[in-house]
Design a protein around this ligand. Structure first.
Ligand code: PMP
Length: 469
């Protein structure tokens, strides 16, 4: 057995030397030392089923990806100022997965950088327009400019709130039948910008609202918003950081399900299976508009990133993981349906492919979110060694977004544990814990209250809560 430092010692080092607001998952954090496929192993050799990690897309430590990166690192790793066939072949293969006219790539190091760059590209395409439209509850990244486009963060503790140049479309809630009209929402955002004397240069939206609680947008939603935004002269940016690369199951890119072609697509997380990289994909026309200033990024598009990206694409294609995600997703939805029927605290099950959400409510009649119950389920599933995460504006949606190699037996194991936890019952006090919930209370106020609650719990338990997308 490999030797590892004791849990307490690692925790002490972390507390002393890593920024205190760099959060850990779970009340008692896990000391994970190894990963394989959709399984993680802690320092004591205990195995966990990972239903959360959407970065280890083709499986933790996928041997083909590891070997491609290692080989490249041992041969050459430099910035992209030299001609290298690996990176160019990868850019060609990556853009081949997109509809016309999206054929040009800029390589970056993360999803945040991709969105930051997308904002700059939009500013160049619409000179003088400085306002931006986004979706409520969104998270697009951690740079200063992008935090301002992330109500998920700016409305939470330490956030500076909504900036005057930002206009927020309400999050569609198909389960409660609210905010389904994209055109109305887009028109309102544009009118708000005009009333402030501004113009919108970009509309950012995840093609499936992951931080919004795994929301599949209503039919034609993006089509209608895009029409309005384009009439305003704004670029439409699809954030595919979480939902892209086949996770949606029915399509390789989730925006395809909405039958739109964005102006700019931003990529991250799964693109390198954990190798830190990201990309922005756009048309030659918009790339040209952006080209006045030289683009350079020391690590973005480095030789090793090209190898990582290519290996991920190859595995996805060779192992037909998009089709696999579609099949396993359908299987999960079909097995979750009877669980929902039996349990009054499961309000909605939704999603597509391996991007599913289970919404926990106080009762199916009231549809009141039950965040404490969702947290309870997550913690109880940990005791059965199944890792889940909770998200959404009311922090009451259990999210399933496992590595794409997650198969039917893994689904059965997760479902059996979920069923057992629900059968064990959720104390009524926990179910009704969030008395702050009021339909009229703005989401942002609610999120603040919940985060404050979570932070209090974190202090109390010494561990941490799960607020990371
Ligand atoms: N967009 C979305 C939808 C995300 O979920 C994230 C990360 N959670 C980002 C952008 C930012 O990506 P990164 O953390 O790689 O900067």
């Amino acid at each position: 057995k490999e030797h590892h430092l004791p849990f307490e010692e690692v925790l002490a080092k972390r507390r002393a030397h890593i920024g205190p607001n760099t959060t850990l998952n779970y009340r008692k954090p896990l000391h994970i030392v190894r990963g394989e496929g959709c399984h993680l192993y802690d320092a004591d050799g205990v195995e966990y089923l990972d239903c959360v990690n959407n970065v280890a897309h083709v499986g933790h430590c996928n041997s083909k990806v590891v070997s491609a990166i290692s080989k490249q690192l041992a041969t050459l790793n430099t910035n992209c100022r030299y001609l290298h066939e690996g990176l160019c072949t990868y850019a060609e293969a990556l853009t081949a997965t997109f509809p016309e006219p999206l054929s040009v790539t800029y390589f970056v190091n993360s999803g945040s950088e991709a969105n930051d760059l997308a904002l700059r590209i939009a500013s160049c395409a619409a000179p003088g327009a400085t306002h931006v439209a986004i979706m409520a509850g969104a998270y697009h990244g951690h740079t200063k400019a992008i935090i301002d486009l992330s109500p998920y963060k700016y409305d939470g503790p330490g956030g500076e709130g909504q900036q005057p140049h930002v206009h927020v479309l309400p999050c569609p809630d198909p389960y409660r039948g609210e905010h389904l009209d994209g055109r109305k929402a887009a028109k309102a955002a544009i009118a708000e910008a005009h009333a402030d004397g501004g113009r919108i240069c970009a509309f950012f939206c995840e093609s499936v609202l992951s931080c919004g609680g795994q929301i599949i947008l209503p039919e034609r939603y993006l089509e209608e918003v895009y029409e309005e935004m384009r009439a305003e002269g704004a670029l439409c940016v699809a954030d595919e950081v979480q939902c892209g690369f086949g996770r949606h199951g029915s399509h390789f890119w989730a925006f395809e399900e909405q039958r739109v072609v964005p102006d700019v697509v931003t990529l991250g997380k799964p693109i390198g299976n954990g190798f830190p990289m990201g990309a922005v994909v756009l048309s030659p026309k918009h790339a040209k508009t952006f080209s006045a200033m030289e683009y350079f990024n020391t690590y973005g598009g480095c030789t090793a990133a090209g190898a990582a990206g290519m290996a991920v694409l190859k595995v996805l294609q060779e192992e037909r993981l998009q089709e696999h995600a579609h099949r396993v997703g359908e299987y999960l939805l079909s097995k979750l349906a009877p669980i929902k029927q039996e349990c009054d605290c499961i309000g909605d099950i939704r999603g597509s492919g391996l991007m599913l959400g289970v919404e926990v409510v106080q009762s199916t009649e009231s549809k009141k979110p039950a965040p404490a119950a969702a947290a309870h389920i997550k913690e109880a599933m940990l005791r059965h060694r199944v890792l889940m995460t909770v998200d959404g504006p009311h922090a009451n949606v259990l999210k399933l977004k496992p590595p794409m190699v997650f198969a039917e037996p893994d689904a059965d194991r997760m479902l059996a544990v979920l069923k057992q936890v629900l059968q064990e019952g959720i104390p009524q006090a926990v179910l009704e814990a969030d008395t702050a919930w009021e339909p009229a209370l703005p989401v942002r106020e609610l999120r603040k209250l919940q985060l404050q609650g979570q932070h209090a719990a974190q202090k109390q338990h010494g561990g941490n809560c799960d607020t990371a997308p």
